[in-house]
Design a protein around this ligand. Sequence first.
Ligand code: ATP
Length: 270
Amino acid sequence: SKAKLFDEKTDVKTSFKDVAGLEGAKEEVQEIVDFLKTPDKYTSLGGKIPKGALLVGPPGTGKTLLARAVAGEAKVPFYSLSGSDFVEMFVGVGASRVRDLFKQAKEKAPAIIFIDEIDAIGRARGKNNFSGSNDERENTLNQLLTEMDGFGTNSNVIVIAATNRADVLDKALMRAGRFDRQIYVDLPDVRERKEIFEVHLRPIKTDESLDLDFFAKQTPGFSGADIANVCNEAALIAARNEHKFVAKQDFLDAVDRIVGGLEKKNKIIT
Ligand code: ATP
């Protein structure tokens, strides 16, 4: 079977309501939604709509979620691929894949292209040649730069990329007319963690009296992805114990389990 070149999603249901906290980042990407919805309003005085934005922040903080919400809010198709997929590519495929992706998005414009883990292809050229496939990676990166420079200022395709390693990126990516906007997506503070719990408790049958301030205080350092995990794990623990509702203790057990997992993960890294 033929490997999928990229992912296309035309009826995106994700909205800003699904993204808890991240007020500053949401405000910044709201602008992208407006550009996609009413481009003429912005170009009427001679201005050029930006082509790219870079979401920067630790893993699991909602970068992919936010990018998908932009497409959902603007009601435009969402084309996505992950930089790490390129690592496994056959020689010569990376650049053509990028070319096909942009061609397809332009045909369906207005559209969003999302490139997750852009650092896998966008590392500074001529460095970190650990995989032995650096030429291939550079070809892919060069093709990406060519595509971004090539599309007209009013093609109405906006590229959103995500990374947790902005420091290793090739500076050419950040040049004017490319990813010249950087948006920070940080780990949630205690108030934001409470909001993330609220979002992820929506589908879960809970005991009415849950104190979300308490849960938020119990989870310092947790990302949005970790909290989503806690909520899901708590529901499974409660079900296994044949509870009618997911109760406070189920959440605490889930937090313990997730903390255990995080500690293990950190041990492997160090
Ligand atoms: P990575 O860098 O690992 O790709 P990411 O920043 O792209 O991570 P997402 O994939 O968007 O993170 O987040 C994973 C999941 O965690 C989301 O699908 C969502 O369920 C949950 N999540 C993360 N952040 C938030 C948030 N701010 N509000 C609600 N849910 C969140």
